[in-house]
Every structure is written in C-alpha cells, then in structure tokens.
Write a protein that binds this ligand. Structure first.
Ligand code: ZN
Length: 442
C-alpha cells in the first residue's frame, strides 16, 4: 500500500461588521433582524445605472487584518467584476478583487508548522437563497445579505492534516475577534470555511493534478471531519488506480460523509475586468500608520508575555487568551497577584485543570489567602527538616569537611541535597537555618 500526504488549502470568507453595505448606504444586517428584503436599494439590487461607492471602513478592516498578520499591502489597488450567472447575483457579476488584493504574503504559525497566506481581498456577499423544502413551495431570495462586505483569505496548500486546518481556522478567528472587525460566527454563516483537499505520494513535491473543494462548512469540527473523510475516500480511489475527480463536495453531517455537489471538468471563465464605475484605491502611508497603531496585543504575543513574566505554560495561556475582554481581565489579575507574591503559574494551572473555582473576577485577597495557606500547609515540618538535614550531613562527609575548611559553596551544595531529599523548596529559610545549626554542632 502506498503512503499519501494530504495537500490542503483553505479559503475563508468573513462578513465584516460595518454599519452599511459594501457599495451602498443600506444597513449591514444580513441575518434579517428586520424582515427579508428590508435593506435594499438600486445599488445592491443591481439596477442598471446605479453607482457603487466603496465602504471605507470595510477596506480599513481588511487592511487591518493584513497588517496584524504581517502581510504586504498593495498601496495601489482596485475592484474588478467577476462574471457568472446565478439568482443570488442580480447584476450578473460580483464586485471583487482580482490581481491586486489589498493584502498578500506572510504566514500564520501552527503547532504543525507555518501556513503561508496567499492573499486577503475584499468583495461583496451574494443574496441568500431560501430553497423550497416541499413540493409546491417557491424558492425565495433575501437581498438583505446581498452587497454585505465580505473578506476572503486564501492560504497556500501548506496544510498537512485536518487538525492543522482546524487549528489554523481557530487561530485566525481569534485574531479577527481581537481586532473587532467581525463577529466571525460560523453557525450564523458570517464566517464560512472552504477546504481544497488532494493527496500526493509521500516524498513527491509537485502539486497533485486534481483537487476536491469542500464547501458550505459551518463549524471547525465539521471541517475536520470532512477533511478526514476526504483523505480516506481519495486514498481508496488512488489505491485502485483511479484519480479522484475535480469536483466540489459538501459535508453531510447526518451520514458523516462528503457528497458531490458539482463536477468541475473545466476551469470557470469569469471574464474578470476592472470595474469601470469604481476608481482605483490608493492607501496613504498615513492611513497605514494609523491602522498599525490600532492593532492590539494579539493572542500569541500575550501568551509569550505571560510565559516570560509569570512562567505560565503555553497551553494554559492559549486557553485563557481566547477572548480579548476575558484575557484583559486575567492580565489585570496576574499583575495584582504577582505584586502579592502569589505564584501566578500555579493559580493558572489550577484554573485550567478546574481544580479551583477562582475566576478572573475573584478578589486578589481571597486567592492570596488560599495560596499562602497552601504554602504553609505544604512546607515540611521541623521534625522532617531536622531528620533530612541529619541524613544529608552523614551521607556527605566530604562537603561537610569542605565547609569546616571554610568553603562557603559547600553550604549551597548541602542545602541542595536537603531540598532534593525533602522534594520541596518550601520553607527554605527554616531548612537553611536548621542546616547551619547542625553543621555548627559538629
Ligand atoms: Zn443597497
């Protein structure tokens, strides 16, 4: 049996939280808090002659994410028309960005290695199709979603496993939430995941000549399962000498399988060209500097700082840094605890392992009292100390002789041996005093 390596790339769409839509003044409310088709105008309904005006805030949010991820920015950019026909797109084309996306390059680190980012561009969302469920019903279209600012991030096919794809998606989502540019709610559909999956023989470096696109996935764990299923399905085909077809598949949660949605024999021809109604976009140095200054400390930097300042383990830091507002509260608590000489790393470990009911709202005094009492309780008793010191003195005659000859370093050595014997450094002052007392008696 051959061994195969997965080749996985991601395309992630995110609706931006702006007040108005991408190219018109209609309210950005894709989930129909009001009734369907209540936020529409000639621009987002695609009426002939209507003029689109780009949303400045949406452009800034896209560039902000690019800067936070370390991407290069196209200071000179533009919007293009992508042509295709579908009922959710009344103009017959979507306004998007083709060869000059706002952001490109850089990479995002995961525990299985870096994933290169190809590009982040901005486009408009399509209307929402409500398909007829029963015979005799009509399919309907809600244009409240049509024209909502939609950011698309595309990775290079660097991802090697379903777990890495999930980690990447979650990491990206956390950064988006830190920046406050979207609610990134997968269930409601304002963050959407697509994965392209193919396999190559282990050791091969060329990209496979096919890829299967997994679409319409609305949770990280469904994405993980769908990729796992695809790897199995494609492995079985390849083992029979069959090349998997180039196609789009969806995830069926009930059966736990991916299902064919559309075969893609030929590449689509979208006849891209620059939108003649929208002048090119120039981003000033000043704006870029303003945006850079607006980037908060990101989760990875926070975890690193916690590691350095409080010796907090990375896995626990990652757990507590997920939500920006909560992380800020932890931050304030950690600094207050450190001032009170409470072992912050121990507190975090207990919180992460659910060994305590303390939260980031618990008063510092309460936590201090608990850990101080624990420290006293865990320290060895005077009898135990005396016994350990006596044993160490008997067993280390040479160090004792050195001490008597005036070698101060011998005390440190003996002290270390006592700590080792007691398996703790708690009560260090008492231990040191007992050691000196017994040494002087010799
Ligand atoms: Zn509109």
């Amino acid at each position: 049996m051959n061994k195969y390596t997965p080749v996985i790339g991601l395309e992630i769409h995110v609706e931006l939280s702006t007040n108005s839509k991408m190219f018109c003044g209609c309210k950005n409310d894709p989930f129909g808090a009001d009734k369907p088709n209540s936020h529409v105008c000639p621009v987002c309904l695609g009426m002939p002659g209507a003029l689109p005006v780009p949303n400045k805030k949406a452009i800034e949010s896209t560039v902000l994410l690019g800067l936070a991820l370390g991407c290069s920015i196209n200071r000179h950019s533009k919007f293009d028309r992508k042509h295709y026909r579908y009922p959710d797109l009344p103009k017959g084309y979507q306004i998007t960005q083709y060869e000059l996306p706002f952001c490109y390059g850089s990479e995002l680190h995961t525990s299985e290695g870096p994933v290169r980012l190809r590009r982040i561009h901005l486009e408009e969302d399509t209307a929402k199709l409500l398909h007829a469920k029963n015979k005799g019903e009509e399919s309907r279209i809600d244009f409240n979603r049509g024209g909502v600012p939609l950011m698309e991030l595309v990775t290079e096919p660097d991802i090697l496993s379903s777990a890495q794809a999930k980690e990447f998606g979650k990491k990206l989502r956390t950064i988006i939430l830190y920046l406050g540019i979207s609610d990134a709610d997968l269930e409601r559909g304002n963050m959407r995941l697509e994965a392209s999956v193919s396999l190559r023989k282990e050791g091969e470096t060329a990209l496979p000549s096919y890829k299967v696109e997994l679409k319409n996935i609305n949770s990280f764990s469904f994405m993980e399962k769908a990729i796992q299923f695809e790897i199995k399905r494609q492995t079985a085909l390849l083992e029979e000498g069959i090349q998997p077809a180039q196609e789009t598949r969806g995830w069926h949660e009930q059966t736990g399988e991916t299902v064919l949605q559309r075969s893609k024999e030929n590449a689509d021809d979208y006849r891209y060209f620059p939108d003649p109604d929208i002048p090119p976009i120039e981003l000033s140095e000043e704006l870029l500097n303003e945006l850079k200054a607006a980037i908060p400390e990101l989760p990875s930097a926070k975890v690193e700082r916690w590691k350095k300042d409080y010796a907090i383990e990375e896995r626990y830091g990652t757990m507590l840094s997920d939500d920006r507002a909560e992380a800020d509260k932890w931050d304030a608590l950690f600094s207050a605890l450190k001032k009170e000489t409470v072992p912050v790393a121990d507190v975090v470990k207990d919180v992460a392992n659910k060994k305590t009911a303390f939260t980031n709202q618990t008063p510092v005094a309460e936590i201090h009292a608990h850990y101080h009492a624990k420290k006293t309780a865990d320290a060895p008793s005077p009898e135990k100390i005396a016994e350990a010191v006596a044993t160490v003195i008997t067993e280390n005659a040479k160090a004792v002789a050195d001490f008597r000859a005036g070698n101060e370093k011998a005390v440190m050595f003996l002290l270390g041996m006592v700590f080792k014997r007691l398996q703790t450094k708690l009560g260090a002052d008492a231990i040191r005093a007992e050691l000196l007392k017994q040494l002087k008696k010799i």
